[in-house]
Design a protein around this ligand. Structure first.
Ligand code: SF4
Length: 483
């Protein structure tokens, strides 16, 4: 603000302002605070949005979408840059997909065709909610499993999967061993599977909760680890509920209804918040605001559904041979970007005790890893190592992509550690300020290693640098042997 004021004193107004960070939560809060401050001073400079050093692949896309998408959802942002540790030409399609969603939304909004009752015309922050600070919404703990201080839970839909084959759970993070007839869990094993009205013909892992539609649940002989999903009306009329946990589907508009007012509120109740609004994030956020106003502490699973039509996603110029592959990649990327925007925008504000992504036609393993990726990017549930790696530029002193993959191959099991991989010593240390350890190019074939912000080994040979980094992690007691 000081520099903007100086520019204005010199009668210079051709400014576009950027407030990037590699942490999407910090980035979102910084831009919001900047806008608030500018508005108070009568300024309205355009904003350039970006999440710096977002990394590569799925992680880079999800992190970028959480930061950039959250702000775009609120109408903030005039240009965007997606910064990936990949070939430069990989960045623009991601940025274009993020932005084009609003072109399409505005078009639909103008025609009015797809507008629904739940669309929110004006977004206003509830006075109790501070948009510049993360505070998890206060909820009670249901069944000692969801809400309260628990990490957000993940639900996936397996109702269309082959429920005769135990290996169907592999994509939900439970790896089945036919020889031992056992499942192995990992950091990205889901917490609930939704089976609708389908009954599996094999035994599920003992710690995996199964969700059934109410009428199917009623007929189960053994209800251990099985819980019902009700409509609001079913729940009100039900004479048979699950004593530990009941999930009730709800929409933001229901909160003003008489039915909602007559809900029996006990600590077995969890809402599954759905939306069919064009601006679904704002619709769902309005529900959280109203819950806060009413002082209701019911945990909420945020559910979003996505369908991708072939025609709208694939350009007609693409050859038939490549069509299927291109289509699959595009809709996977779009799912990652849209879900990260919609769910990430609520999670960065502390809303949501669970997430449920429904995307017919997209592989369950993609949905599972997208869900855990969103929770990681919003720092609401850490399930893997985080890499803060720069996109490279003329200053880069090694092959960023190759080096990132090499470091990832030996450290990806270190859940919760943040490792910065930076191409140069000029900007690298500042850009990775959030990292626990840093690997920074400091000359030809030379690397400087950081513990937090402190350079602990300077200008070491790049051939030994990864081993040295691992010994520092080991010295700190943060190393574990890979499984
Ligand atoms: S090499 Fe340095 S200046 Fe270039 S992108 Fe990486 S950290 Fe930034």
């Amino acid at each position: 603000m000081e520099f903007i004021r100086m520019c204005e004193m010199m009668n210079y107004y051709n400014l576009v302002i950027s407030m990037k960070s590699s942490n999407p939560q910090v980035m979102v809060q910084a831009y919001r605070l900047l806008v608030e401050t500018m508005v108070a001073e009568g300024m309205n400079y355009p904003l350039h949005l970006g999440v710096t050093e977002a990394g590569d692949g799925e992680d880079g896309r999800i992190k970028s979408a959480v930061g950039i998408g959250t702000l775009l959802e609120d109408g903030l942002g005039d240009t965007v840059r997606v910064s990936l540790t990949e070939e430069p030409e990989a960045e623009a399609p991601v940025a274009i997909a993020l932005v084009n969603r609003y072109v399409e939304r505005n078009r639909k909004s103008e025609t009015g065709n797809q507008k629904s009752e739940g669309d929110v015309e004006r977004i206003t922050y509830n006075v109790q909610h501070n948009p510049y600070e993360y505070k998890k919404r206060h909820t009670y703990e249901a069944n000692a499993f969801i809400g309260g201080h628990m990490v957000p839970r993940v639900v996936v839909d397996l109702s269309h999967a082959n429920l005769k084959d135990p290996s169907v759970l592999n994509d939900a993070g439970y790896i089945y061993s036919p020889i031992l007839d056992k499942y192995n869990m990992g950091e990205q094993s889901v917490d609930f599977v939704y089976l609708a009205d389908q009954l599996p013909s094999f035994t599920f892992p003992g710690n995996l909760k199964q969700l059934y539609n109410y009428t199917a649940w009623q007929k189960l002989a053994d209800k251990t680890m099985c819980h019902p999903v009700f409509t609001l009306r079913e729940y009100l009329q039900a004479d048979d509920r699950s004593s530990p946990l009941n999930l009730v589907r709800i929409k933001a508009t229901n909160i003003d209804s008489d039915e909602f007012g007559s809900l029996p509120l006990d600590k077995s109740l969890v809402f599954v918040l759905e939306t069919d609004a064009l601006h679904g994030m704002a619709d769902q956020r309005s529900f959280f605001f109203k819950m806060e106003e009413l002082g209701l502490e019911v945990p909420v699973v945020i559910k979003r559904s996505y369908t991708f039509s072939h025609e709208s996603e694939v350009g007609s110029q693409k050859s038939a041979d490549n069509l299927c592959t291109t289509y699959d990649v595009e809709r996977t990327t779009n799912l990652q970007l849209y879900a990260s925007t919609d769910l990430g925008a609520l999670l960065v504000d502390g809303f949501g005790d669970g997430i449920w992504i429904e995307a017919p036609g997209i592989e369950t393993k993609v949905i599972t890893s997208t869900a855990f990726g969103i929770l990681q990017a919003t720092r609401s549930r850490i399930s893997k190592t985080e890499y803060i790696s720069c996109p490279s530029c003329g200053r880069t002193l090694f092959d960023l992509m190759v080096t990132t993959q090499m470091i990832r191959s030996r450290t990806s099991h270190l859940k919760g550690l943040k490792i910065g991989i930076m191409g140069c010593i000029v900007n690298g240390p500042g850009e990775m300020a959030d990292a626990d350890y840093g690997y920074v190019g400091s000359g030809t074939d030379k690397v400087t290693l950081y513990r937090g912000k402190e350079a602990v080994k300077k200008n070491i040979n790049s051939a030994n640098a990864l081993d040295e980094l691992i010994s520092i992690i080991r010295e700190d007691g943060n190393w574990i042997e890979p499984a």
